[in-house]
Design a protein around this ligand. Structure first.
Ligand code: FAD
Length: 401
């Protein structure tokens, strides 16, 4: 008999296990085979997210910072137009997540039993090294990511319905240690974008997030080839790590709890639907869960999360951005948006919006932008070239439209 069984030992599950009272009997399950298993994330966090780690007893988060990042560069389709925005202070950090998660797992308090190679099946069972085990628990917590088995096994809970797949490869090689790049692909591949991020001295990560069409790594490899050709990267040898994982983009789920089961982190959809940032949502929802478990009621779950600098409102705005991004079907829309944002301090306005609760739409809807905004709205009604009939494509070619 346990007080709490937590499924998933990543950001959300480990945070909860570290923040529950030390007299609770806790079982923490994860399907990964070892503490050295790679953590499937780029590991970029803002200052306020970094501060969230201060509540972990004895943890010095600075030890896990690979890079302090001062610049954001946006690259439009065609790879020629680059928008650069820098600030004096680091606005985002790239963390060594493999080392951090390993440390948080190894430093769990003695009241927590961590079982690896343990796959949660249906209610009150898991498979450890292929052997079925039963347990009893006052509370079951699903911290098992975007495709939560806990959510699937309980008809009272909602599941994430909309996902992107996030793919990444890590290479040895030099890039600017203080900048991250965000690539807009335009018609090359709609509905998603790519990134390039430093990952400690002489290492970098190339990733993309896309709707799953079964061609994930094929597209990532094409993107990497293009980055080489355009001179953004010069990798030394093959990738040293690679992974692909689901990102929930449908926003917070409708029913994240019942009487004694609760979903936290990605399992509850607490991830930016557009920015794909879920580390903060995982940490905050786990800390809120630690308090509500002691109260014995999850009724105020989302209300309590909102108290953390309006985090639920941020997730709502992110759904809107995702909707707008998904409407952009032509290179023209991307070009107009690029023109619209080029005079803005992107880091101030957009990238910190989670922490400063600012809205990108609010910053762009101004009288001086009226003409561009109208053109942008008009461009959204157009179809991508690939969806146009052949005769129209030939006419456009002939008249060079
Ligand atoms: C490519 C990529 C890049 C990203 N980059 C960033 C970023 O830079 N910044 C940011 O804030 N967010 C980023 N994210 C999102 C972020 O990684 C997630 O939001 C975050 O990891 C969610 O944490 P979590 O603990 O809720 O779930 P997860 O980290 O997904 O952990 C779930 C855990 O549950 C375990 N598990 C799953 N099913 C079972 C089962 N049946 N039984 C037992 N164990 C199970 C898994 O092994 C895993 O350890 C990225 C995501 C991807 C895919």
């Amino acid at each position: 008999m346990y007080d709490v069984v937590i499924v998933g030992a990543s950001f959300a599950g480990l945070t909860l296990a570290h923040h529950l009272p030390k007299n609770y009997r806790i079982l923490l399950l994860d399907k990964k085979p070892s503490l050295d298993s790679p953590v499937e994330t780029t590991g970029l966090i803002t200052n306020p997210t970094k501060d969230e780690f201060s509540s972990f007893h004895g943890l010095c988060i600075e030890r896990y910072i690979n890079n302090s990042i001062h610049s954001l560069r946006i690259v439009n389709h065609g790879y020629r137009n680059v928008l650069s925005n820098s600030v004096q202070y680091p606005w985002i950090y790239s963390l060594n997540m493999n080392a951090l998660i390993k440390h948080l797992s190894a430093s769990l308090p003695s009241n927590v039993t961590l079982k690896l190679n343990a796959v949660y099946g249906s209610s009150n069972t898991y498979f450890h090294k292929d052997k079925q085990q039963n347990f009893k628990a006052k509370f079951i917590i699903g911290a098992d990511g975007a495709n939560s088995s806990v959510a699937k096994s309980n008809p009272n809970l909602s599941q994430n319905k909309k996902h992107l797949i996030g793919l990444e490869k890590v290479f040895h090689g030099e890039i600017d240690q203080k900048a991250i790049y965000h690539f807009w692909f335009g018609e090359f591949s709609l509905g998603y974008g790519g990134w390039l991020s430093p990952s400690g001295p002489n290492k970098f990560r190339v990733g993309l997030a896309k709707y799953n069409d079964g061609k994930g790594f094929e597209t990532l490899n094409r993107f990497i080839d293009r980055l080489k050709k355009e001179g953004f990267i010069n990798p030394k040898g093959e990738a040293i790590e690679q992974f692909g994982s689901h990102i929930p983009i449908g926003g917070p789920v409708k029913k994240p709890y019942d009487k004694n089961t609760l979903l936290i982190g990605d399992a509850a959809g607490l991830c930016g639907a557009f920015a794909a940032d879920g580390i903060k949502g995982a940490l905050i929802s786990a800390k809120v869960a630690a308090k509500l478990i002691q109260k014995g009621s999850f009724k105020d779950y989302y209300k309590e999360i909102e108290k953390h600098n309006y985090l639920m409102s941020y997730f709502k705005r992110q759904k809107l951005y995702r909707f707008a991004w998904d409407q952009m079907k032509t290179n023209e829309s991307f070009d107009i948006l690029f023109d619209l944002v080029k005079d803005e301090s992107l880091i101030e306005v957009f990238c910190d919006s989670k922490d400063k609760h600012k809205s990108l739409a609010g910053s762009l809807i101004k009288f001086k932008n009226a003409r561009l905004l109208l053109r942008y709205a008009w461009s959204l009604s157009k179809k991508p070239k690939s969806a146009q009939p052949e005769y129209l494509k030939s006419c456009q070619k002939l008249f060079r439209i």
